[in-house]
Design a protein around this ligand. Structure first.
Ligand code: GDP
Ligand code: MG
Length: 162
């Protein structure tokens, strides 16, 4: 029985880009603009000799009421079926109320959480990630899904929780 790792976070933070980076191929659909609804999609993955399943959580409908609740319910189902969770936040945008709502849901789930601060493309990693200590989810790991930065470290931590 392989472990299941769910990737959750607000729309457009780079979840699908991260999934593609981990898989080493472009399978998950990356959108430049949020607004497309998709289901949760599970892929077979491997890291450092460990096989696991990675679940990319879907999008949302722009302009529809209750966006946050739609995102949350998608994420909640994925989290419920997972063994561990990577919460992805956007280091360029900074912490948002939506991030905090997601943290509340994740806490209630009792699942192990690894916090990934994405879009940290440049040299200012520590500074950009530090703000997310305030989420109370432990150490924020700076990554750039686009450029491949920090992915190995993130996966090492995530594999320890599976
Ligand atoms: P999702 O909605 O969370 O799945 O986000 P996507 O993976 O579709 O990415 C949303 C946008 O963010 C796309 O335009 C990506 O190219 C961009 N993006 C993803 N990762 C990074 C990153 O590490 N750095 C930067 N600068 N942009 C990124
Ligand atoms: Mg996506």
């Amino acid at each position: 029985q392989v472990g299941v790792l769910a990737i959750v976070g607000r729309p457009n933070v780079g979840k699908s880009t991260l999934v593609n980076r981990i898989l080493g191929r472009r399978v998950a659909v990356v959108e430049d603009t949020p607004g497309v609804t998709r289901d949760r999609v599970s892929y077979d993955a491997e890291w450092a000799g460990t096989n696991f399943k990675i679940v990319d959580t879907g999008g949302w409908e722009a302009g529809v009421e209750g966006i946050d609740s739609a995102v949350a319910s998608q994420a909640e189902i994925a989290v419920g079926l997972s063994d561990a969770v990577v919460l992805v936040v956007d280091g360029q945008v900074g912490m948002t109320a939506s991030d905090e709502r997601m943290v509340a849901m994740l806490r209630a789930s009792g699942k192990p959480i690894v916090l990934a601060v994405n879009k940290v493309d440049g040299a200012d990693a520590e500074y950009m990630a530090a703000e997310f200590w305030k989420l109370g989810m432990g150490e924020p790991y700076p990554i750039s899904a686009m450029h491949g930065r920090g992915i190995g470290e993130l996966l090492d931590i995530a594999m320890d929780t599976l």
